[in-house]
Design a protein around this ligand. Structure first.
Ligand code: DC
Length: 231
C-alpha cells in the first residue's frame, strides 16, 4: 500500500475466487479483519437475487422473467460489526439466503446476463472507494481485473465434501458424504462451464490448494501473498 499519492492509490483489492466449499468466505473474513478492510461476499448478492425470484414466484426456467424482475430487485450492502448485511428492497435477508432452495436457485439465476450486469456494477462500486477483500467466482477475471492481489483458492472435491460433512454433522444435521460430494462436483461443472463469467483462475492469480492445509496455514499463506504484492 503506498503511503503517498492520492486516495485511489492507497485503495487496494484482494480478489479471492474458487469453487464452492473451498473455504473462501472463512478465510476472506479472517484476512479482511486482520487487514482492517471490508469483506464483500458476492455469493450473498446472487443468493439475495435468487430469493427475490423465489418470492416473486418466477420459475428458474423463465430466463426472460428473471431478466425483467431483476430490474426491480434493489440489492444493497451494509456492514454491522464488521459483518456484511445484504438488504433486499429494504429488508435484511442474511437469515434467509442460506437454504438449499436459495442455493439451487442462485446457481441458475447467476447465469443470467442481466443479473450479472446489475450485481457486478454494485460490486465495482463497493471496491471503488474502499479497500476490500472480495470473494466469488469472477472477481479476479471480470469484476476487479486490476485487483492488486488475486488468489485462486481450491481443494479437491473429496476434501471440500468432507469439510462440509463435518460442518453439518457438528450442527447435528444428518447427511451423506457421497451425496455432498456429488453436489459439489455438479456445482463445479455449472460454475466452470457457464457462458458468462465462468469460474476460472485469472492469469495473474496465485493458486492456493488447501487440500492438505489447516486454516492457520492457509491464512498465513494468504498474508504472505498480500504482503508480497502490496507491502
Ligand atoms: O459462493 P456462494 O455459494 O454463496 O454463491 C452462490 C451462487 O452464486 C453460486 O451458484 C455461484 C454464484 N456466484 C457467481 O456466479 N459469481 C460470484 N461472483 C459469486 C457467486
Amino acid at each position: 500500500m503506498a503511503e503517498r499519492g492520492n486516495m485511489s492509490e492507497r485503495i487496494y483489492a484482494v480478489a479471492i475466487d474458487g469453487p464452492a466449499g473451498a473455504g473462501k468466505s472463512t478465510i476472506a473474513k479472517r484476512l479482511s479483519s486482520g487487514l482492517g478492510v471490508i469483506y464483500v461476499d458476492t455469493g450473498a448478492m446472487y443468493r439475495a437475487m435468487a430469493l427475490y425470484m423465489i418470492k416473486k414466484g418466477i420459475s428458474a426456467e423463465d430466463n426472460d422473467g428473471i431478466s425483467k424482475a431483476c430490474q426491480d430487485a434493489d440489492i444493497s450492502i451494509d456492514f454491522a460489526d464488521g459483518e456484511q448485511v445484504v438488504i433486499l428492497n429494504g429488508e435484511n435477508v442474511n437469515g434467509l439466503i442460506r437454504t438449499e432452495e436459495v442455493s439451487r436457485m442462485a446457481s441458475i439465476t447467476s447465469k443470467n446476463p442481466d443479473v450479472r450486469t446489475k450485481l457486478v456494477e454494485l460490486q465495482r462500486k463497493l471496491a471503488k472507494s474502499k479497500s476490500v477483500v472480495m470473494d466469488g467466482r469472477d472477481i479476479g477475471t471480470v469484476v476487479l481485473p486490476d485487483a492488486k492481489v488475486k488468489i485462486y483458492l481450491t481443494a479437491s472435491s473429496a476434501v471440500r465434501a468432507k469439510r462440509r460433512y463435518d460442518e453439518l454433522t457438528a450442527k447435528g444435521e444428518k447427511c451423506d458424504l457421497a451425496v455432498i460430494e456429488a453436489d459439489i462436483i455438479e456445482r463445479d461443472e455449472r460454475d466452470m462451464n457457464r457462458e458468462i463469467a465462468p469460474l476460472k483462475q485469472a492469469d495473474d492469480a496465485v493458486l492456493v490448494d488447501t487440500s492438505d492445509m489447516g486454516i492457520d496455514e492457509v491464512h498465513q499463506r494468504l498474508l504472505d501473498i498480500v504482503n508480497a504484492r502490496i507491502g
